[in-house]
Design a protein around this ligand. Structure first.
Ligand code: BTN
Length: 327
């Protein structure tokens, strides 16, 4: 009954009367009251007012498997979603599961990572209570060149998920950072395992880390110029369970259209990519070059004019003027 009452309360920001809820659920008002009390014990803040009923003031701050599954309902991937308190890296765990044969759609979510990894061998700060650290196993029937747009498409899916859960649509810093107000909100790490003989992809593990509840002072000093959180951007505490469920829904949509829907994904990506039209510095190995970001091609390469017309940039570190304190 708790789940049903919670689902009703989630449908509105307004009060719902006990009578209305009992009629809609086909149970007594006492049963509704009992469920509300049980939810309060779990940490949900539920206001009650005479003659008006109950209102969900704040979802519990905890990431919880039960909540995420409740929000996913009978989604096809729901049985393959697990939420953990702590893990070294959700990407590491997902890779281990994939190597053991776990199917596409296996999702690992953690409240905290003790060894979160970012791109280019960097670490990804993953403190408990603040973020969402999520990895999914995909098994596209494709070769790596056919999946060059994968990270871009995931970034696009994440913009949709954040918008659905919070009302805020972030921008994308090429290739795979979600940004708002010049600060990084989220990053994506894609790892592929290849089948040696045919060169096909055995599996892809896509990991996404989202900063949700941090205040500026929560970040270490060296990140305070560039890091941000959804709470800093919206002024509101984020319902992480809701966002996690939206992320799973988005990744499922992507899984069904990754290869066939490439052009559509890239078209949408271009609209959200805030790198375009800006001055950029591209660093590879020891070399740095400065140019103007013109466009992103249909495979996700950044087209940069370094002074001699468009040149495709596929990898390396790209700093964008106006973002992350880069002036
Ligand atoms: C980056 O910005 O460089 C990429 C960051 C990716 C972080 C996520 S958090 C979930 C998954 N597990 C990891 O260890 N890394 C990714």
């Amino acid at each position: 009954m708790k789940e049903e009452v919670l689902a009703l309360l989630r449908q509105t920001d307004d009060y719902l009367s006990g009578q209305d809820m009992s009629a809609r659920l086909g149970v007594s008002r006492a049963a509704v009251w009992k469920a509300v009390e049980a939810l309060r014990k779990e940490g949900y803040v539920i206001d009650s007012a005479p003659n008006r009923g109950y209102r969900l003031a704040a979802a519990t701050g905890r990431l919880s498997q039960r909540e995420v599954l409740g929000l996913l309902g009978n989604h096809p991937w729901a049985p393959m979603v697990q939420v953990l308190d702590s893990v070294d890296s959700t990407n590491n765990l997902a890779k281990t599961l994939a190597a053991q044969g776990a199917p596409a759609g296996t999702v690992v979510i953690a409240d905290c990572q003790t060894g979160g990894r970012g791109r280019l061998g960097r670490s990804f700060l993953s403190p408990a209570g603040d973020g969402i650290y999520l990895s999914v196993i995909l098994r596209p029937r494709a070769t790596p060149p056919e999946l060059m747009h994968l990270t871009c498409a995931v970034a696009e899916v994440m913009c949709d998920a954040v918008e659905n859960a919070t009302g805020l649509r972030p921008g994308i810093k090429w290739t795979n950072d979600l940004v708002w107000g010049g600060r990084k909100l989220a990053g994506i790490l894609t790892e592929l395992s290849l089948e040696a003989e045919l060169g096909h992809v055995q599996y892809a593990v896509v990991g996404i880390g989202v900063n949700c509840q941090q205040e500026l002072s929560s970040f270490p000093p060296e990140l305070q110029d560039m890091a941000g959180s959804l709470k800093m951007a919206t002024g509101k505490t984020v319902d992480r369970n809701r966002l996690a469920a939206e992320m799973v829904r988005g990744l499922y949509r992507l899984d069904g259209s990754l290869v066939t829907g490439r052009l559509a994904w890239m078209k949408a990506y271009r609209k959200d990519c805030v790198t375009l039209g800006r001055a950029v510095a591209v660093r590879k190995a020891d070399e740095a070059r400065w140019g103007q970001a013109l466009d992103v091609d249909d495979w996700g390469a950044l087209l940069v004019d370094f002074g001699q017309g468009p040149e495709a940039v596929r990898s390396g570190e790209v700093s964008v003027r106006g973002l992350y304190g880069y002036v």
